[in-house]
Structures are given as C-alpha cells and as structure tokens.
Design a binder for this molecule. Structure first.
Ligand SMILES: *Cc1c(COP(=O)(O)O)cnc(C)c1O
Length: 345
C-alpha cells in the first residue's frame, strides 16, 4: 500500500512554514534567544511553546505504548480530523465514507472542506454493514471513519469487521477512539505496525477530564504523522495546555479511579432505568454515556429540562427514533436523573 499516492499533490509539494523554534531547537540553558520577537521578561508564558510538544509527546507515548514519532497532537481531536481531511481529500473530487448514526463533526468537516460524503447506515444492531461498505466505495473514496465506541450508540464495533475493513479498504481508515478508556476493547493503536492506512484518534476531553484544554491526538505510522505535522499550524498546542496535560498525566491513578467509578455508575443507571415504564429500550454501553429509547423523546426531553436536567435528544438521527443520550455523571447527578425519570408521567 502506497500512502504517498493517497496524499493530495499540493500537500506533497507544500513547503512548510519554518518557525524560529523549528530552525533552532537546542534548548541549551546558556543560549540567549533573540530570534522570535518575544517579550524577553520572564513570566513562564512569554516564550512561544515547543511546536513539536516533545515533553508531552514523550509522556503520552509511554502511556499509549507507541513511539513519539507516531503521535500528532491537535487543538482537540477536531483539529486532528481537519488536518486529515486537508491532507488526503481533494475538494470536489474525493469522498469520505460515514456510518450513521455517528459523531456529527465528520460531516461538518467534510462540508467545510467541500468533500462529498457517502453514508452507509449501521445495521440495526449498530454494527457496520461491511459488505455494503465494500460494494459502495469507489476509487475516489479516501477516508473511512469508524467511531468505536460509537457516539451516540455507545457500542464498540466488532474487531473482525474493523479488521476486514482495514485490509480491504485501500484508503485511510480513521478509528475514532474518544471513548476507548471506558471500553472493554483494546485500542487499535497496538496494531499500527500491521496497517499502514490506519489512523487512531484519541482525546483528553473525556476520560482524562480535560475537555477545557483542547488536546486531541492522532496515532499513525511515522510516514502519515510526518505529513500531518508539516501542515499543522506551527504552535497549535499552547503552553498552558501542554503544562496542564503534563501535570494531569503525572497522576494517572486519579483518572483510573474516576473511570472505574463512571463504569460502576453506568451499570447502576442502566439497571435502574429498566424500571421506568416509558423506557422502551436500553442499549449496552462501552462508553461514558448510554442511549435509551423512550415513548416520546421530545416530550421526555422537555420534562427533564423542567427538572433542571439537560440530556441529549438524538431522535432525529437515523436508527435513533425517540432516543435520548444520557452522559454518566457523578453518583449524585445520576441519582438526580433517576429520581426525575421516576417522577415523570
Ligand atoms: C467528544 C468526541 C471527540 C472529542 O473531540 P475533542 O475535540 O478532542 O474534544 C471526538 N470524537 C468523538 C466521537 C467524540 O464523541
């Protein structure tokens, strides 16, 4: 498989912007830096941040068991996704493949980049329709997006299906693992060496409790990471974000404990919800949210608002008629949700 052939010609030719810190990156203490037009008075933030985020990548690569050169960091995973579109998809020519219902951002980014979207709905058990996907894609299909665990359906895709798609699809396969830390499945990042067309996306926005700092990551072969790195904005991860992430990653025990608590609460909420008479169906969850089908989603959503509870109404999504999505909160928040649900008539 030749990845170079999938990259847009204009991107292959592009000469990246060389920042001051790219040209001279030897952070020797004795050096006096008069090259970047910064304010020289020290505040801890007066200097531009490391454009390659070396310290943070080093730490993340040990946690994620990959090499730092297999990592790209973005201002949220949304920036990583946007860079992937701009690297591989030629506007008005190429297309991407989506499996609805899924995360809405893929289609927004496709539209923003003027890329056609081909939609192949999931089966009713929310698993990919592998044969339809393989039948429908064409020579301009550049990226297949697999969100696993999937938002909003909360399930993981079967490993056998993902593996077939990775082998048969001759474009880039993006596996969005925003919820992998709540899942029983292993991350596909351990299989990068086997699949040169694989990009795994993860984020610190969910399990790590850092949605506010905007830090997402892409994991792929050094060849793919290299191209994405060349086109990213030079200083895309600001100093405050790098500092906060490094701090948080020092104490993983806190994160691990919170994940365990959220998973326990997921069991409790799913179990209690079966006694609510207007709940028609509960779907199994491999994420930090659950999808529930009720009698009338619009009405129940409004009633919950009146009880000062904001959930997500997914009734307009394909296969999600009358479905609400509940994020698993703190034990108190979940009890408040369950009490409110019981009181509704
Ligand atoms: C929440 C979420 C993300 C996270 O996006 P960030 O930009 O990293 O906050 C990515 N993908 C999916 C499917 C999500 O649900």
């Amino acid at each position: 498989m030749n990845i170079q052939n999938l990259i847009r010609p204009s991107i292959l030719k592009l000469k990246p912007y060389a920042s001051a810190r790219d040209e001279f990156k030897d952070f020797e203490k004795s050096m006096t830096f008069l090259d970047a037009n910064e304010n020289p008075f020290e505040t801890g933030l007066n200097r531009y941040p490391d454009p390659q985020q070396s310290a943070l990548k080093w730490r993340l690569s040990t946690i994620k068991k990959c090499n730092p050169n297999q990592l790209l960091l973005g201002n949220g995973s949304d920036e990583v996704l946007d860079l992937i579109f701009r690297t591989f998809c030629e506007p008005e020519k190429d297309n991407i493949i989506l499996l609805p219902p899924t995360y809405g951002m893929y289609e927004v980014l496709a539209n923003l980049n003027n890329i056609e979207t081909i939609k192949i709905p999931l089966h009713t058990d929310f698993q990919p329709n592998v044969s339809d996907i393989l039948k429908t894609l064409n020579s301009n299909s550049k990226i297949l997006f697999l969100c696993s665990p999937n938002n909003p359906t909360a399930n993981s895709f079967k490993a056998e299906s993902i593996e077939i798609l990775l082998q048969k699809f001759k474009g880039i396969v993006v596996i969005d693992e925003a919820y992998i830390d709540f899942s029983e499945q292993e991350s596909w990042s351990s299989r990068l060496a086997e699949f040169p067309n694989l990009i795994v996306i993860q984020t610190l926005s969910k399990a790590y409790g850092l949605a506010g700092i905007r830090l997402g990551m892409g994991m792929a072969s050094p060849e793919i990471i290299n191209v994405l790195n060349r086109i990213k904005p030079p200083y895309n991860i600001n100093q405050l974000t790098q500092n906060t992430a490094l701090n948080k990653l020092e104490n993983l025990e806190l994160v691990t404990n919170q994940i365990k608590l959220i998973k326990d609460e997921r069991i409790r909420v799913l179990s209690a919800i079966q006694n609510i008479n207007f709940v028609k169906k509960r779907y199994p969850s491999d994420a930090n949210f659950i999808l529930v089908q009720v009698d009338d989603a619009n009405r129940r959503y409004q009633q919950l608002i009146e009880n000062e509870l904001v959930v997500r109404n997914r009734t307009k999504e394909p296969l999600c008629e009358n479905c609400l999505r509940f994020t698993i909160g703190t034990p108190n928040e979940n009890t408040k949700l369950l009490t409110a649900l019981k009181s509704l008539i």
